[in-house]
Design a binder for this molecule. Structure first.
Ligand code: PNS
Length: 161
């Protein structure tokens, strides 16, 4: 029996994409027919990478993964999900500290769109302490971020320095 392809959205700021994000996307790509990495535009006034740069980076990293698509979105996530015919939102949960924010978002999104299901995935334990914010901070203070972000991000960070 054939069924509709199951499309998942993995939304976020991805400023920058970290190896923790990559890990979640790879896990999602194994579970769903397609996973759309949905990069939120214009949230921070001064992002480190523009939306165009973040798209370029993610497309480079997932160039060989046919069921991973990279896109940008603005406005309400549930509206974007409806347009893209996605039935699942994927979010990574690293630690208990993520839980409250994630639960609020998941329940608000469910309130707005009851059929859209949020699925939480745990990254590999090496990434439980990793966040885009800390990557930016340690890089700005001169530390190496090798192993924390894909080489495509590291290269572009070095250019910005
Ligand atoms: O990587 P982030 O910054 O934690 O991702 C947050 C994101 C982009 C998932 C969230 O801010 C979002 O969905 N924004 C879109 C606006 C929206 O729909 N807000 C209501 C969601 S509860």
């Amino acid at each position: 029996m054939s069924r509709e392809p199951r499309i998942a959205l993995y939304p976020g700021s991805f400023d920058p994409l970290t190896n923790g994000h990559v890990d979640i996307i790879q896990r999602g790509a194994r579970l769903f027919d397609r996973i759309i990495v949905a990069i939120l535009m214009n949230r921070e006034k001064t992002p480190l990478f523009t939306a165009v740069e973040r798209v370029d980076i993610a497309r480079e990293v997932f160039a060989n993964e046919p069921n991973v698509e990279i896109d940008t979105f603005g406005g309400l996530l549930v509206e974007y999900a409806r347009r893209r015919e996605a039935s699942v939102i994927v979010r990574g949960l690293r630690a208990v500290s993520d839980f409250e924010y994630e639960m609020q978002m998941a329940l608000m999104n469910r309130h707005l769109s009851p059929d859209l299901e949020t699925v939480f995935m745990m990254p590999g334990e090496a990434y439980t302490y990793l966040s885009s914010r800390l990557v930016k901070e340690v890089f700005a203070l001169g530390a190496s971020v090798a192993g924390l972000v894909p080489p495509a991000v590291e290269r572009r960070l070095l250019v910005k320095r």
